[in-house]
Write a protein that binds this ligand. Structure first.
Ligand SMILES: [Zn+2]
Length: 436
């Protein structure tokens, strides 16, 4: 039996509505007790973790990461990507399927989830919605869910055809999992490498209109409504990395109508605008792209009013030689696991007054609910001891060179962050300790 007592911390568990000083006892990888300070008493063999001055919260859950294994291990591996996640306070991540080969079969899903891959934390995956993410033939949803799939997506690309998306929503609804959509009408974005607007005009680059995102969101919502009317099913659409006020307005309305739509927002979309591209900085290139200030404000507003269900990083590592090319040729994506908490606290909590417990709900209990996890994303007795201990007042500057990720492609090198992870526990094991 192994015991760990985390004492003198300020415990925030959004799922239970706790936001006060509490001691927490971990036994054999699970939460064993939560008591008022000092009440747990002396335990002869327990290891003690003094959390004085720190917040103790459920480990974070990221429903959208790219770990690049198999096939692109020069960018990242499951071991390095989950080490970066642990350093950022994450204890569960959901791997996207755009690996090489695409994760579209039970064999590839099992390979990815095998403990031999060296994940430091809980690794889950959303396999492809269509074979090879070709947008044509849907994968074997039932077999993949039995093998552990928590949803389906062709992320990196949209499921573009109405009939294919309808089939995916129907199949997923019967299994009680979401279809996660990368909402981009690629008929409107060919040859585009950033957001449409004055910055694209100044740089002489082709820009993606906001309608490329909102049209797919509106189409998917229409499909949901049609399915609800015709079948006894309640399909779940999850919209990934929403970046425009227009798509968020459609999601807000659909939620009010009672449709099962959820969505995620990425820290870069609530922190930066397309101005961050400056003089063709490829570390500010991702898809969906950084948008105008009005869209950044729209994302923040939707986070504040509850339209957005969770914060997801879209962690997308690329090697420096791949990013050090002309802007239009550079791959999309930035790393994000180690800067998510610091940006969320800086922008949402400090600048926009979002209560700490709400920020943490967006990173723990709400993503857990989205993918149906009951024993993670909360600190209930009996749940897995996935715990993050962080100093919520720490102001520091992120250093990309010190990142645990194999790749350093971030626009936040040197950026001021608020809040710093001190210890991360995954099922009771210490998987990150600051200054180790
Ligand atoms: Zn995407």
């Amino acid at each position: 039996m192994s015991e760990l007592l985390i004492r003198n911390g300020h415990l925030v568990d959004p799922a239970a509505g706790i936001d006060e000083p509490r001691d927490l006892l971990v036994r054999d990888g699970r939460i064993a007790a939560i008591e008022t300070p000092g009440a747990i008493g002396s335990l002869r063999d327990a290891e003690i973790l003094d959390a004085t001055g720190c917040v103790v919260a459920p480990g974070f859950i990221d429903v959208h990461v790219h770990l690049r294994e198999p096939g692109q291990t020069h960018k990242e591996t499951i071991a390095t990507g989950t080490a970066a996640a642990a350093a950022g306070g994450f204890t569960t991540v959901v791997a996207m399927p755009n690996t090489t080969p695409v994760n579209d079969s039970v064999a590839s899903l099992e390979w990815m989830l095998d403990s031999a891959r060296g994940s430091l934390i809980k690794l889950l995956a959303m396999p492809a919605a269509t074979l090879g993410s070709n947008g044509v033939d849907i994968t074997d949803f039932a077999a993949l869910v039995r093998a552990g799939a928590v949803g389906f997506t062709d992320d990196g690309k949209p499921v573009l055809e109405d009939d294919v998306m309808r089939a995916a929503l129907l199949a997923a609804a019967r299994l009680g999992v979401p279809v996660s959509q990368h909402a981009e009408d690629t008929r409107l974005t060919g040859g585009c490498s950033m957001n449409a607007g004055p910055v694209a005009f100044r740089l002489g680059l082709r820009g993606m209109p906001v309608e490329a995102e909102s049209r797919i969101v509106e189409r998917d919502i229409r499909l949901l409504r049609e399915i609800e009317r015709a079948e006894e099913l309640h399909p779940h659409l999850h919209v990934q990395h929403v970046s425009t006020a227009r798509a968020l307005a459609a999601i807000r309305e659909a939620k009010a109508e009672g449709l099962h739509v959820t969505c995620e927002a990425a820290p870069h979309h609530f922190t930066l605008t397309d101005e961050a591209i400056g003089d063709y900085n490829t570390n500010a290139k991702m898809n969906p792209p950084l948008r105008a200030e009005s869209d950044r404000r729209g994302v923040i507003e939707a986070l504040l009013d509850g339209t957005v269900d969770c914060i997801a990083t879209d962690h997308a590592p690329h090697a420096s030689h791949e990013k050090e090319v002309e802007f239009e040729r550079a791959p999309n994506g930035i790393t994000g696991l180690e800067t998510a908490l610091g940006l969320a606290l800086h922008v949402l909590h400090r600048e926009h007054g979002m209560p700490l417990s709400r920020v943490l709900a967006l990173m723990s209990s709400q993503p857990a609910e989205l993918i149906g996890l009951r024993d993670r994303g909360n600190l209930r007795v009996g749940s897995f001891a996935d715990v993050v201990v962080f100093d919520s007042g720490a102001e520091w500057n992120f250093a990309a060179a010190a990142s645990r990720s194999k790749s350093k492609n971030t626009p936040f090198d040197g950026a001021p962050l608020l809040g710093r992870v001190v210890v991360t526990l995954s099922e009771g094991r210490t998987v990150f300790r600051l200054n180790d």
